[in-house]
Design a binder for this molecule. Structure first.
Ligand code: BDR
Ligand code: CA
Length: 311
């Protein structure tokens, strides 16, 4: 049976790779819809981005807009990583595609009423997911699992010990991580273990409509790495999607995880108890590493196959 998923995201270069990978696996994953949230860029920009990508790649998933700012704090877009548009590196045509009129959390509600099991794949700040959990706790109990990219075990990318998605809306993460909803988390350490070498991105410098877009997008995205003399980069958001298809690629550990919402230097830190102690009954399945070669081979094969289909 196909797994029904909602992709909640802030596209974002790696969000796009994740959505394309999920689309490739449409025999196993049924994407009910795509919901957007403020994160890498403003809500309007990330929503425009997914509409343009869908148009260009001939995808037809309904898109629902969610929240345009975190629950308590202010939005902090990330032009350094994703550009002013949130998806710099490729110039898309204007699109006539529109979002659905329903709000993202009403779409979650509808999906959870109509379906027994729904997995939420969360690739941005957790504002939409947390607001849904808070507003409709009975329906939230029906969420099969939230598989998310966010947090870190003991490092950080926006602060020394905080990862961007959780940092952006720590209160949302706090609500979700304390809700009892099953969470599988891809922290940055697992994402770095699945790094892609910049030379592997040369694959996209070949003929094909999809590769043309990916080549432009990934040239911009990898500039962050080349500017720092790194030979590789992480494609963070792809991990949750690959986990659903190939759990055997991943090493995981059950941990108690909570969220720092008051720290002066630790905003949005995911405090992970690595000893395996049960502080309370709620634990999170934390990806600790991925088999890099298998993971990257699989993602590149998925994108290659989509490139061939698109011509
Ligand atoms: C996360 O933040 C965003 O920049 C990426 O899209 C990813 O979801 C990595 O910290
Ligand atoms: Ca993202």
């Amino acid at each position: 049976m196909k797994r029904k998923i909602i992709i909640d995201c802030d596209p974002g270069h790696d969000d796009v790779l994740a959505i394309l990978t999920a689309h490739h696996y449409c025999q196993q994953l049924e994407i009910l819809g795509i919901t957007t949230v403020a994160g890498n860029q403003t809500l309007q920009k990330v929503t425009d981005n997914i509409l343009k990508v869908e148009d260009y790649c001939q995808l037809d998933y309904p898109v629902y807009m969610g929240y345009d700012s975190p629950i308590v704090l202010k939005s902090e877009p990330q032009p350094l990583a994703h550009g002013e548009s949130g998806l710099d590196g490729f110039v898309f045509e204007k699109t006539n595609r529109k979002t659905e009129s329903m709000h993202a959390i009403d779409f979650f509600k509808k999906c959870l009423i109509e379906n027994d099991k729904v997995t939420i794949v969360a690739l941005g700040p957790l504002t939409n997911v947390a607001m849904f959990v808070k507003t409709y706790p009975q329906l939230a109990n029906k969420i099969d699992q939230v598989v998310l990219m966010g947090g870190s075990i003991d490092s950080g990318n926006i602060l020394p010990c905080s990862e961007f998605n959780i940092y952006h809306d720590p209160h949302a993460a706090y609500i979700l991580f304390n809700s009892g909803v099953k969470i599988v988390m891809a922290p940055i350490e697992a994402c770095y273990s699945g790094k892609i070498y910049l030379k592997e991105l040369m694959e996209f410098n070949k003929p094909g409509k999809l590769y043309k877009m990916l080549d432009g997008l990934m040239k911009f995205y990898s500039k962050y790495a080349t500017d720092r003399n790194w030979d590789s980069t992480a494609i963070f958001d792809v991990l949750p999607v690959e986990y659903l298809i190939h759990p055997e690629f991943f090493d995981t550990k059950e941990m108690y995880v909570n969220i720092e919402i008051e720290g002066k230097y630790t905003r949005g830190m995911t405090v992970c108890d690595k000893t395996g102690r049960k502080i309370n009954s709620i634990t999170t399945t934390v990806m600790v590493a991925v088999n890099r070669d298998e993971f990257i081979k699989d993602v590149l094969a998925a994108l290659s196959s989509l490139n061939e289909q698109l011509g």
